[in-house]
Write a protein that binds this ligand. Sequence first.
Ligand code: ADP
Ligand code: ASP
Ligand code: MG
Length: 409
Amino acid sequence: MALILQKYGGTSVANIERIRKVAERVIRVHTAGNDVVVVLSAMAGVTDGLIQLAYQITNDPNRRELDVLLATGEQTTVSLLCIMLESMGCPAISLLGYQAEIVTNTAFGRARIVGIHADRIKELLGQRKIVAVAGFQGRDEQGNITTLGRGGSDISAVALAAALKAYVCEIYTDVDGVYTTDPNLCKNAKKLQKISYDEMLEMASLGANVLQIRAVEFAKKFNVPIHVRSSFMEEEGTMVVEEEEDMERLVVSGVAYSKDEARITLTRVPDQPGVASKIFTPIAEAGIVVDMIIQNTRKSGLTDLTFTVPKSDYPRAMAIQKEVAESIGAEQVLGDEYIAKVSVIGVGMRSHSGVACKMFTTLARENINIMLISTSEIKISCVIEEKYTELAVRVLHNAFGLDSISENF
Ligand code: ADP
Ligand code: ASP
Ligand code: MG
């Protein structure tokens, strides 16, 4: 007997029929003698719909109230699942984030979990009840409802798995595992049997939204094994685990992309000490996260400085930079929303050279211009024009031999 944590994403609970399937699966695992804690997302599209409702009122909805609103999506699904389980004769109880004592800081919309008091859940499990916890939400020290950021049910699941010392954290979604690239974009994508936390972390932070980044960070920190699998079939999915020796067989194990960033360039900026600080301080003060930065020096003592920000922050960042440009005497502020970041990822890069070169050559062969580059020990990212995203992913996937690895590598 083990404690199994199962998290079901929005598509897995999109309607009553699917909730019935979830209930059947949960009951099977429970009847086999295991304790089961289920974490649910809102039904597919519901969180988006709730956000739209608030934005019909104002472009700047009160953050606290927005979290109260968004938390209702998950309240609906946990209650429906428990009604379903009870109707099937299986004792079950739903808990909202605050009832499960998931305590967060007060950063509404992107709260971080600071602690979980799991005693109540343990007591309920002791009574052989299935416990369904609303994902994506918690409460701060004052009792305000908070949410954890988009895709945050993954974080709830992993954090609960860690707090309860679950045997495994199963993430049920609409694909049957983690692939070498997004299987919905590239038909040659191959399912990975295993992936290390570090690679998954890079994949997630570079756009593979199959797992939320902070959920992977949490899993790595507390060594929670994650099993990503499909709620529509029985086959095993992908295990996300500690790096193992045999994982280094592939130099590149995945290709990721993101269309969530925009590029800003300040031209003819005076090349003097303190200028970068003047450019980036107001951006940081506005809570905007800068990803990539490049600076070109010209002979004239002037420089061009380019950086990327999340697309959702682009209008604010442009407005800030127009003021900055005036104050520091830069010539122009140019912006481009139609960019994409494509990345190749692999722990094998640590011990292999030539990966960057191969990436650049592959993109050049397709006449794809590279605007920005960034690297880490286990990834290389290039910013390109958005319209080439699919082509770039496809050719890189092929160039690094991922088209031809066997299924279930
Ligand atoms: P859920 O609602 O279950 O949380 P998500 O939409 O958040 O599901 O995540 C699943 C999606 O992640 C898939 O439909 C797929 O398009 C996307 N995805 C992106 N990159 C990958 C990848 N490398 N492997 C698997 N899925 C990926
Ligand atoms: N319902 C939330 C969202 O759509 C959280 C989640 O699904 O993980 O972002
Ligand atoms: Mg998700």
